[in-house]
Design a protein around this ligand. Structure first.
Ligand code: GDP
Ligand code: MG
Length: 203
């Protein structure tokens, strides 16, 4: 994909932001990125990348007023269970999308228990967006039990002072663009990301 066609900043450089995508394994992160980048639903995401390979996709995102941000999007590459690798890969992120699946209350609990705390420790001060994935599962079910309600997502985002909460479905291509537009806007505003060395992250 072509890089750096976006609107330049005041010094004539394109605005580039590193975005981390985190959340429990299986919530749909790789499919979300694939839908956004390639505009299709990937059936074969279970063939995870090898844990040491850091996978990055890049796309220019319009953020309104004729402005663009080049997003460098980092997938976890199957590292959800490898804490030490995440600590090496995430420190220079400018913003993060914390994902859970709307058909898993457990995955929302883990946002509260694990993911927000980890991202705040590794990347202090960066904007965090909460994304509820697989919206189709709730919309297309005749039951309501076992699914996360929209109000619970909003409550969680508010509790942790995240920049917002957006629900989407990579399968049905609903809401995906909005997730990345929102994170691009938040990341573009954030100028001075505090850089943390991996050596500071021994805990
Ligand atoms: N129904 C539905 N299934 C999805 C959606 N996104 C991902 N999945 C499925 O969820 C599983 C895990 O997806 P994946 O993107 O690999 O999750 P990751 O481990 O968080 O990267 C796969 O079987 C996908 O086909 C979605 O929007 N709707
Ligand atoms: Mg994945």
């Amino acid at each position: 994909m072509g890089c750096c066609q976006g609107k330049k900043n005041g010094r004539g450089e394109p605005v580039v932001r590193k975005i981390a995508i985190v959340g429990n394994s299986g919530v749909g992160k790789t499919c979300l990125i694939h839908r956004y980048i390639h505009d299709e639903f990937d059936e074969n995401t279970s063939q995870e990348f090898i844990p040491t390979a850091l996978h990055m996709d890049e796309k220019a995102q319009n953020i309104g007023n004729g402005k663009e941000v080049i997003l460098n999007i980092y997938d976890t590459g199957g590292q959800e269970t490898f804490r030490h690798l995440r600590k090496l890969n995430y420190p220079r992120s400018d913003a993060a999308i914390i994902c859970f699946s709307l058909d898993s209350e457990e995955s929302l609990k883990d946002v509260d228990k694990n993911w927000v705390g980890e991202m705040r420790r590794i990347c202090p001060g960066i904007p965090l967006l909460l994304a509820g994935l697989k919206k189709d599962t709730r919309e297309e079910s005749s039951f309501t039990e076992g699914f996360v309600r929209e109000s619970s997502g909003h409550k969680m985002a508010k509790k942790h002072k995240m920049v917002g909460y957006i629900e989407c479905s990579s399968l049905r291509d609903k809401g995906v663009e909005q997730v990345f537009e929102k994170i691009a806007q938040a990341a573009a505003k954030k100028k001075n990301t505090k850089k943390v060395d991996a050596s500071d992250l021994q805990s």
